[in-house]
Write a protein that binds this ligand. Structure first.
Ligand SMILES: [Zn+2]
Length: 167
């Protein structure tokens, strides 16, 4: 290749990389998403949130995406990207983020039993984890927020014994 065509290829590649990095920030926010965290080299995490979220939904989403932003700072952009490709690594990252979300729910007055059941469902619903057995998902959540899992199990046992006794 001549040096001119090398330069041209270089320009095209640079342009494509720049477009890939900036387009998600410029395009309209996808309707079904609540928030996203992009993890860039050097810059670190950049977040976007759905402008239609209610106050409480936004607080939850911020807690969730805040965990992903910490992961980005902790792992760096390349390792963060690689982790996203492998379901087991991705599961650890999502479990950590859902735990942060549920912890906020409990701190804001929610019941551990209900908050925990909700994040179990949310994780189950993620396309990435359809092939993973529920036990694997639940074990991952329990290992990332053991206190919350224990509180949820305690409340569940109380609730069942109250239900058995009747009103
Ligand atoms: Zn997430």
């Amino acid at each position: 290749m001549t040096s001119a065509s090398v330069r041209r290829v270089g320009l095209v590649v640079t342009g494509a990389v720049l477009a890939a990095l900036t387009l998600p920030l410029l395009l309209p926010f996808p309707e079904r998403e609540e928030g996203v965290t992009f993890c860039y080299p050097v810059i670190g995490p950049v977040q976007r949130f759905n402008p239609d979220l209610s106050h409480s939904a936004l607080a939850r989403t911020r807690a969730h995406e805040g965990a992903h932003a910490s992961q980005c700072r902790r792992d760096g952009a390349i390792w963060h990207f690689v982790r996203g490709i492998f379901p087991s690594q991705r599961l650890a990252a999502e479990a950590e983020a859902y735990c942060a979300e549920a912890r906020l729910g409990v701190e804001s007055g929610g019941r551990a039993r209900l908050e925990y059941a909700r994040i179990q469902d949310e994780l189950r619903e993620m396309g990435w984890f359809r092939r993973l057995p529920s036990d694997v998902l639940n074990d991952s959540l329990a290992s990332h927020c053991p206190m919350l899992a224990a509180a949820a199990a305690r409340e569940e046992a109380e609730w069942i014994s109250r239900y058995r006794r009747g009103p």
